[in-house]
Design a protein around this ligand. Structure first.
Ligand SMILES: NC(=O)c1ccc[n+]([C@@H]2O[C@H](COP(=O)([O-])OP(=O)(O)OC[C@H]3O[C@@H](n4cnc5c(N)ncnc54)[C@H](O)[C@@H]3O)[C@@H](O)[C@H]2O)c1
Length: 681
């Protein structure tokens, strides 16, 4: 760290932690998108508890000044964000060496936290929400300030412990231990309901970390552009018989949501070659994607929109069109029209249906935001009715040949709860989830999942070099690959070659691709060598999102294609985090929730700092391998054929890997044995 930067205002502010005297109160800044007010769920005694909980962070002499203000925040927003403490320095990832820190690993974590809260990256930056409507980095600004202070002071012999954003403290550990161990939203299983979440979050004792928000691993919608591109290409392969080379030329994909993750859909559709039509009710969200260049066109009139789709389809021209309006209006108009729609999905935030995740048709955005607080029961009814109309229109198009899938946003779950016609009499849903049909059997079972990295120098030239290195590794692998994995390697090779041209970087200099266990290790080791040789000028942070092979137990999403009855068990995700922690991760996280909602998933993540050292190489070999083979072994045990192939390949490469393989029982033999046992009873 240079002396001049150490003394800069923002570095001083980090060292200060909580300011004393307090800064002046801050009015809400109208230039950023704010989270909707949350429902008032606390009774009088609990509101007192919430306020006492919040004041714990401050010295007693500040309580009289803060208490009325924080009480007003609770009354107005349903949460206490401590807006007054939001720092006045620019929130963004800075080059690693500028961080005031004793530990480089801790500095890298600070960089990732600031990136997660960068207004260019985060959905509701002033409420410390990165994506998904409620994906929280910290519950309040005191937690942010105290965490940054702790990170700036800690040594490589300490571990910072975070409970749902609350910095419990620095604890003595050792150099091989993670620098941060964090959990978000862990509750005893009996308290896994969404109502409990609302109450505990309002009390200020839990947070919804989603996946990469609470674990500081969000890299802007680029991550999701890649995942969505891969999903669309594989959906085309599976449902429409398209090939990797032609992509989705001339095919129409319709969906909703231009928010944190859903905002990637337009861009992904055009990268895949399709015509992407995405409805969004929030003009701010739509404008953000349009200004970023991730959305080619904006349309407010349904008739004009229909002719634009028709034109683009005839010309087989890849284009992304944002429709400013409710997706139900769009689906109903499309269902009436004769236009062919090939692929459809939904990416409203239905993991959070009644508190701003889904806007029912017929209400303006403002009116919906008002009603969900003023009349929650009435609002619920409107959401349910809207979902029923949406499903009816989608089913009409599906009957004409459109292939629709649930995008892991709890669409089918909430539609079923609303009474919409999405369930089969024999059980299960009439539409598949994208993991069940596409990502699970085509990617996760083979160990293919998100592998992301951040160049901590902040230099585009470093990112360029890492792209080149990753492409070189994938190219070598694709040449030697078996048929089972070649197509996936080629999709990702094409992606990484074109990634720079797509100008996907928002915030930190980050990149993502999908790879299997071998590829993730080989790319990581090649990066580490490049840092050692000075070809990459500063450390690289490795990580992933949780939409992956091993990190997430989520029966409606990541583990939707695990069919041995264990898809509701969370042993894999918990083991993953513990296993990563003991194999050298720089930080690890374990969360309740994720995109499908509180109580519906357990997911874990990691960050690993590569600094070019032999020590970093040792960590890569141990940790990255475990981070993939854990889930592949579990999927193999569940009987998934792709996973059996992949784990046998891994065992052939690594003699210390010895995984128990299942013996597939003959179904006829099982049926006979049961019939005999029943007849003899
Ligand atoms: N992209 C992926 O690959 C992926 C993967 C898994 C899950 N998901 C899920 O997708 C959902 C969306 O994620 P996000 O981060 O974009 O959330 P978000 O809240 O940032 O965005 C959702 C957007 O949908 C809009 N919206 C809500 N109701 C609407 C309606 N009726 N018509 C039109 N627009 C409407 C909202 O205004 C918002 O901008 C989440 O549930 C997430 O977990 C996405």
């Amino acid at each position: 760290m240079s002396r001049s930067t150490a003394s800069s205002a923002w570095a001083r502010s980090i060292a200060e932690g909580l300011p004393d005297p307090l800064p002046p109160p801050q009015p809400l800044d109208p230039s950023v998108d704010h989270a909707p007010a949350r429902r008032q769920v606390l009774g009088r005694a609990e509101r007192e508890l919430a306020l006492r909980n919040a004041l714990r962070y401050f010295p007693a002499h500040q309580h009289a000044e803060l208490a009325p203000e924080l009480a007003a925040e609770l009354a107005r927003h349903g949460r206490i964000y401590m807006y007054r403490l939001r720092p006045d320095y620019e929130m963004k990832a800075r080059p690693l060496d500028e961080y005031p820190a004793r530990s480089r690993q801790a500095a890298a974590i600070m960089l990732m936290i600031q990136n997660n809260l960068d207004p260019r990256v985060a959905q509701h930056p002033h409420e410390l929400i990165t994506y998904g409507g409620n994906g929280t980095v910290f519950q309040n600004w005191a937690q942010y300030r105290l965490t940054m202070k702790a990170l700036s002071e800690m040594s490589d012999e300490q571990t910072l412990v975070l409970y749902s954003g609350h910095p419990l403290g620095l604890f003595p550990s050792h150099a091989d231990a993670p620098r941060v161990i964090l959990t978000c939203g862990m509750v005893i299983p009996a308290c896994g309901s969404p109502e409990e979440y609302e109450r505990l979050a309002a009390l200020g004792v839990t947070s919804y970390g989603q996946m990469t928000a609470g674990s500081f691993m969000y890299i802007g919608p680029q991550g999701i552009v890649h995942g969505t591109t891969i999903t669309l290409l594989n959906a085309g392969r599976k449902y429409l018989g398209t090939t990797g080379a032609e992509g989705l030329a001339g095919k129409v994909y319709v969906s909703s949501g231009l928010g944190g993750m859903s905002g990637a859909q337009g861009k992904a559709a055009t990268i895949a070659g399709a015509i992407g039509v995405i409805a969004e009710v929030n003009p701010r969200a739509l404008r953000k994607r349009h200004e970023q260049g991730w959305l080619d066109e904006v349309e407010t009139d349904l008739e004009r929109l229909l002719s634009r789709i028709d034109e683009a389809r005839r010309a087989r021209r890849a284009v992304s069109i944002g429709y400013l309006g409710n997706v139900v209006d769009l689906w109903e108009r499309l269902a009436e029209a004769s236009l062919a729609i090939d692929l459809g999905s939904d990416q409203t935030s239905l993991h959070n249906p009644y508190a701003g995740g889904y806007y029912p048709v017929g209400l303006s955005l403002d009116e919906a935001n008002r009603r969900m607080v003023a009349d929650p029961d009435g609002f619920r009814e409107l959401v349910r009715a809207s979902l029923c109309r949406q499903v009816a229109a989608i089913r009409k198009l599906a009957a004409r040949g459109m292939r629709f899938w649930d995008y892991g946003n709890a669409f089918l779950l909430e539609a079923a709860r609303a009474g919409a016609a999405v369930t089969r009499p024999e059980g299960g849903f009439v539409f598949p989830s994208y993991v069940e049909d596409i990502m699970g059997p085509m990617c996760f079972d083979f160990g293919f999942g998100p592998f992301r990295w951040v160049c901590t120098s902040g230099l585009p030239s470093d990112l360029h070099e890492t792209d080149r290195i990753a492409a070189e590794v994938l190219e070598e692998m694709a040449l030697a690959a078996k048929a089972e994995t070649r197509e996936q390697l080629l999709d990702n090779l094409r992606w990484i070659r074109e990634a720079e041209a797509h100008r996907l970087v928002v915030g930190s200099q980050a990149r993502i691709l999908y790879s299997d266990e071998e590829g993730r290790q080989r790319i990581a080791l090649a990066f580490n060598r490049a840092i050692a040789q000075g070809r990459v000028t500063a450390p690289i942070v490795l990580g992933r999102d949780h939409h992956d092979v091993s990190g997430t137990d989520s029966p409606y999403r990541e583990t939707a294609n695990v069919r041995d009855g264990s898809q509701v068990c969370a042993d894999m995700a918990v083991h993953n985090v513990i296993g990563d922690a003991v194999r050298g991760a720089t930080w690890v996280s374990l969360h309740n929730g994720g995109g499908v909602g509180w109580g519906q998933a357990i997911n874990g993540g990691f960050g690993l700092v590569l600094d070019g050292s032999p020590d970093a190489e040792r960590r890569v070999r141990a940790m990255i391998a475990w981070d993939v083979t854990n889930g592949v072994a579990r999927r193999c045990w569940a009987g998934n054929p792709g996973a059996r192939f992949a784990i046998e390949e891994s065992m052939a490469r690594e003699r210390d890997l010895r995984v128990l393989l299942p013996s597939e029982a003959d179904p006829a033999l099982v049926r006979d044995a049961l019939a005999r046992a029943e007849s003899e009873r």
